[in-house]
Design a binder for this molecule. Sequence first.
Ligand code: DON
Length: 309
Amino acid sequence: MITITQDDLSKWLEHVRIYANNGKVADYIPALANQQPETNAVAYYPLEGDLICSGQSEYCFTIQSISKVITLAVALIQHGERAVFSRVDKEPTSDPFYSVAKLEVEKPAKPFNPMINAGALAVTNMIRGRNSEEMVNEILRLVRLLTNDETVTYDPEVAQSEYETSFLNRALCYFMKQHGVITGSVEELLDVYTKQCAISMNVQQLARMGAVFANDGRDPDTNEVLIPDQVARICKTFMVTCGMYNESGTFAINVGIPAKSGVSGAVMGILRRSGGIAVFGPALNAKGNSVVGLRFLENLAEEKSWSIF
Ligand code: DON
């Protein structure tokens, strides 16, 4: 059991805030470009005890790629492992998250894993629903259970902004459609995908989602099963091998926990049997990970010796 105090959060957030100067806010999604680099926040949702936080912990951001963990869980719950892994593989890549390169490596266009954009698009394509609205509702249903907040939804402005500029994601979709990896309307799929990425919450809610994974898929307060433990286990394993993209190896050595980042600057970390931790700071490094988030987690990991390895 790892103990983290309010003082730990405040001390390390203060210590690492300066690193925001070393990063750059994502601007390839126009609506993200006006995020303030100096904004930062952290929250820890322990399985025992009360939520603690520091910084602008009420500030809402979009979860972006962190949503890929949720859609993977939904697809696994709805269709099972065999069906999901017939569409997407289980291996990390050393490429950026938006890369098209590996789609030509494994025939026919099977994405390497569900955490890169191609793999996430293939997974979202599997989610049940007669139209994009029903598919988005399936995703929101799980997010609302994990956050224990019925009001959580997506930010329509960020979703629209990404939808209008998703040329690379469109290219990935059409490539996969040509090879039968995805089916149906690409525009409808992009509508769902950009809305899942634009799901908006604060670090307190993100830490609670992490706490469910830390509790092997059970609600941290009621112990009710929200995600089957085998599905939670698969999600956490992908977070270790691919959660920080082509920086996952470095992160595994320096921090040593399952974690998932998003280009908004959010990171969700899982301290198994202890709790969920969420950090936000929108300035990113070249790999698309939050510089403040990484520094914060590295410092705390070292102090608490929490690596699972
Ligand atoms: O598809 C995209 O490019 C974004 N909606 C999400 C990418 C992302 O968050 C990568 N994270 N580091």
